[in-house]
Design a protein around this ligand. Sequence first.
Ligand SMILES: [Zn+2]
Length: 211
Amino acid sequence: MPHLTNKQLDSGITLTACHDCDLLFPMPHLHKGEKAICPRCGALVLERKGHSFDYSLALALTSLILFTIANINTLLRMNVAGRSESENIISGVYELYTQGYWEIAALVFVVSIFAPLLKILCVFYVLAPLKFNARLPYAKQVFRFFEVLHPWAMTEVYMLGILVALVKLADLATINVGIALYAFAALIPFMAATDASLDDHEIWERLEPSD
Ligand SMILES: [Zn+2]
């Protein structure tokens, strides 16, 4: 959702601009689960999600556990001409690097390991203290960074890459799927659910008083 343009009037009423038709209208105070609809064009201007921070934190914790399982266990075990080889996510990145594809190795590292882990840690850093009405230093910057990271955590693209490789290699080698692949597959919906559960508007409102 685009950032809202708010204007505080002297009377204390906050005017909000509709991002579709630019109508300025007074924003009512919304409770959890309520929506603000533009009175002129009917566009959804703001939606307060009904979830608590606990719900988002539980999803983030599950994501962190799945992420850990996916990274410390075997992703694939390949048997080619009597030679058995186990690969996990980081060894795949290292393999790309040693074969001279350092740009691809860096990209795979960022989208499948670095960005997803940072995103999960950002959720903990911002939300866990907010639950107790506290803010850690630079919480606003961390949450802004979290929003920037969003397009870089492409776990689903990495998963698709693995599946394509599996199909292509199926005729050439005997492949056993490791527990890390299942954990990685499960991580995708949990990370999406964590994102979907976050009420950006409420988080920004709670972070603002630190100014
Ligand atoms: Zn409108």
